[in-house]
Design a protein around this ligand. Structure first.
Ligand SMILES: [Zn+2]
Length: 249
């Protein structure tokens, strides 16, 4: 079944993990591609000259209509930042679009983990109104890696230990890096443990990341500039990807 509606998902093809326009925007050359669906799975590295990975998890109508329209908006507004690091200032309108894009990719990639993290209601509401579920947060950073082009899509789920104040909650962290723009989403839900039902919360990011990774969703009500005052290089990107789940709660 389609991630976002009740129609059947296509059996082959489907939604591009990396939007097809990247293939036209980049020169014909080999890129080092790294696929690592979760933190626990081994990284698969290979040379590719096309971004072809697709997930057959959505129906044709969703893929060709609203998802395609959203991807096109992202291309128009953010492709130069992704490819060349062109600065931008994010206001409410573009913040909604960027957060919707990260959530769309997160919901798609979540299919590679056991069980859907987001409820069907939440995913259908997203399709009809582009409304993100509550308690979802998004950050961005600027990735200054040595490679000309870097893409990464990675998610992990973590649960606070028994005895800690957040026991009973479960968090889903999704990282989506296209070129220089690195996006991160964090969502929370109850883990269905009898007697353990902490209030849902929005977890604070580790403070030492404040300058490098400002939060842009929920709408902060001010313009947020990219690139932020501090960038993330090859020595730090792994720490960024894993910054949630690594410290005790
Ligand atoms: Zn659909």
């Amino acid at each position: 079944m389609c991630v976002f509606c009740l129609s059947d998902a296509v059996e082959i093809g489907g939604e591009h993990i990396w939007d097809a326009w990247l293939n036209d925007a980049l020169p014909e050359m080999l890129y080092r591609a790294v696929e690592r669906p979760t933190l626990d799975s081994p990284a698969i590295e290979y040379d590719a000259n096309r971004f072809k990975m697709k997930l057959p998890v959505v129906c044709r109508a969703c893929n060709n209509e609203w998802m395609s329209a959203l991807s096109l908006k992202i291309k128009d507004r953010f492709s130069r930042s992704m490819l060349d690091g062109e600065p931008f200032s994010l206001g409410t309108k573009d913040g909604v679009i960027l957060a919707a894009f990260v959530f769309m990719k997160a919901a798609l990639m979540n299919q590679s983990l056991p069980g859907a993290f987001f409820t069907r209601d939440a995913r259908e509401r997203f399709r009809t109104d582009l409304i993100l579920p509550p308690f979802v947060q998004c950050w961005f950073t600027a990735y200054e890696g040595a490679a000309r082009m870097h893409t990464r899509s990675q998610s992990h789920i973590f649960s606070p230990n028994p005895g800690t104040r957040l026991y009973g909650l479960q968090f889903f962290c999704f990282n989506y890096i296209v070129g220089k723009l690195a996006l991160q989403l964090l969502a929370v839900r109850w883990k269905n443990i009898p007697g353990a039902r902490s209030a849902l919360i929005m977890l604070d990011a580790p403070k030492n990341w404040n300058l490098a990774a400002p939060r842009f969703w929920p709408d902060p009500g001010i313009f947020v500039s990219w690139p932020p005052p501090e960038c993330v290089g090859d020595n730090m990107i792994e720490l960024f990807v894993q910054r949630f789940g690594a410290f005790p709660y």
